[in-house]
Ligand binder design. Structure first.
Ligand code: ATP
Ligand code: MG
Length: 484
């Protein structure tokens, strides 16, 4: 195509066309090994697919990152659309795939494993699929299990991951050695931000060695903190499960004089679970998230609001995301610099902290009887099997990853962008985190549904708005992203 230009460095492949069209492409084997795919896609003869109107996706179809456009706005960034291609890069008999899960638990891991195995078997007739046990280190330090549709059949009804998982460091070149020794040529990696960075490094090493091994990432984060994609799998399930904890807190709070229910939900840097659970439940009087700084004492502070709600209503429910208010805690705690095995900063338990602060304030200072119950449902939420919508979503992710790897794409991750699934380069999802934007409409909807204070100085908001700097100014005191 004469109007297209491709620029490429070791990481980025960007294709620009007319009218501001920019395709942020993922790597393909043809970039570093040899020619384009040559084998006819076995789906051609697949009875389930023979009825599909558009049998194969046009290789040049892309998905737009922005769909709300102004009449003069450029067409913006695009990503390559997922789906089966007419020609594939691997012959089914030659494929030896493996699956690994890393990082913390999240509902849906087993569903993705199941659908990768079944998809490879039933769509592409691939019969060699290996499960790597215990995360990245499993490649060289643990056992492997052969995966068949029979073995994975009912696993989506169980929480966790049948392969086991781990955090903490690993050795990229040992992993690639193991991939080479075992003759693996498709690697499916399920995991969070750390895992995707690891997958990107594995891909780079594979490309450096010139191997025909596809690396496909399936992004996992219960917090929904992965950018670009609409939402991450397990998130819906987590929000649904969080309702149960909020309901319990509400029942407890309602039943006692000045009852206060405090529920801590996941969300180290992003308060999506807390925000959506709050909006969904309608039993919550106050939702605190990392993106929205708050304060306790004085006019417009949390204590004042609690007292008001208790007077009006006799009880209240507070939802707090695990990363909220960390800047308040850090003043009194000295363990802020501790890290977990993967180098993530260890956060203080904000739920315990805020519960104690509320008890001290109302019991000691205000001499009020309050009945506070604190619920931390984190591990219960992470361990449940995925719900119906996440199961459907996980199936799409798994199939998209398979189609991409079969077609010769590599070093990519998959996910929905404005509702259409796309192949996204690793760097796009690891270079920043998705966070709740407190100047967006969704947070305004929450504030108007709970009626809680915004904890922002109205004068400062007005001034920032006039200066056209609303976002930057309000985020100045939000906690920095600590994960990188
Ligand atoms: P989550 O945080 O959602 O539980 P995660 O994938 O971020 O998931 P981590 O424990 O951070 O979980 O990492 C999992 C694996 O990824 C570990 O084996 C670790 O070695 C590897 N990893 C973490 N960070 C990086 C990085 N920056 N570069 C390469 N590999 C990494
Ligand atoms: Mg992580």
């Amino acid at each position: 195509n004469g109007s297209m230009a491709t620029t490429e460095n070791s990481e980025r492949k960007i294709i620009t066309g007319e009218a501001g069209y920019v395709l942020e492409d993922v790597p393909h084997f043809s970039d570093y090994i040899s020619d384009l795919p040559t084998y006819p896609n076995p789906l051609q003869d697949n009875p389930s697919y023979s009825v599909v109107k558009q049998h194969f996706v046009d290789v040049d179809d892309s998905v737009a990152q922005n769909i709300v456009v102004h009449q003069d706005s450029p067409r913006g960034r695009h990503f390559r659309r997922v789906g089966p291609r007419e020609k594939v890069y691997f012959e089914s008999d030659d494929v030896h795939a493996c699956i690994v899960t890393c990082g913390g638990l999240c509902p849906g891991l087993n569903t993705v494993i199941r659908e990768i195995v079944c998809g490879l078997y039933y769509m592409y007739g691939v019969h060699k699929v290996l499960g790597i046990e215990g995360g990245y280190r499993g490649f060289y330090a643990r056992n492997t299990i052969p995966l068949t549709p029979k073995i994975v059949n009912g696993i989506h009804k169980r929480g966790g991951t049948i392969l086991g998982t781990s955090r903490g460091g690993h050795d990229t070149s040992k992993i690639v050695d193991s991939i080479q020794d075992r003759g693996i040529n498709q690697v499916y990696v399920l995991g969070g931000d750390g895992t995707q960075k690891g997958a990107s490094a594995i891909f780079e090493e594979i490309r450096r060695r010139g191997l025909k091994v596809a690396v496909a990432g399936i992004p996992k984060t219960i917090d929904n903190d992965i950018p670009i994609i609409d939402k991450s799998f397990g998130f819906d399930t987590a929000v649904e499960e969080a309702q149960r904890a909020i309901s319990a807190a509400h029942v407890e709070a309602e039943s006692f004089e000045n009852g206060i229910g405090v529920v801590k939900l996941m969300g180290r840097y992003s308060g999506f679970i807390a925000m959506y659970a709050t909006i969904a439940s309608r039993d919550v009087d106050c939702c605190l998230i990392p993106e929205s700084p708050f304060y306790l004492e004085g006019p417009g502070g949390l204590f004042e609001y609690i007292e008001k709600r208790l007077k009006e209503n006799g009880h209240m429910v507070i939802v707090i995301a695990e990363g909220a208010g960390q800047e308040l805690l850090s003043e009194i705690m000295h363990t802020m610099d501790q890290q977990d095995a993967s180098g993530n900063k260890l956060l203080q338990d904000v739920g315990l902290w805020i519960s104690q602060k509320i008890r001290d304030h109302f019991g000691k200072k205000r001499k009020m009887t309050i009945n506070l119950k604190y619920i931390d449902p984190t591990y219960m939420i992470r361990a449940v099997p995925s719900n119906a919508s996440d199961n459907v979503y996980c199936t799409l992710l798994a199939h998209s990853a398979i189609h991409g790897a079969m077609a010769g794409y590599t070093g990519f991750t998959v996910g929905p962008v404005n509702g259409r699934h796309a192949y996204i380069p690793f760097y796009r999802i690891t270079e920043r985190q998705n966070r709740v934007v407190i100047t967006d409409r969704m947070w305004a909807r929450l504030l108007s549904s709970t009626n809680q204070p915004s904890f922002l100085d109205p004068k400062k908001v007005k001034q920032s708005k006039e200066e056209g700097k609303l976002d930057t100014q309000l985020f100045n005191h939000a906690p920095k992203i600590l994960n990188n």
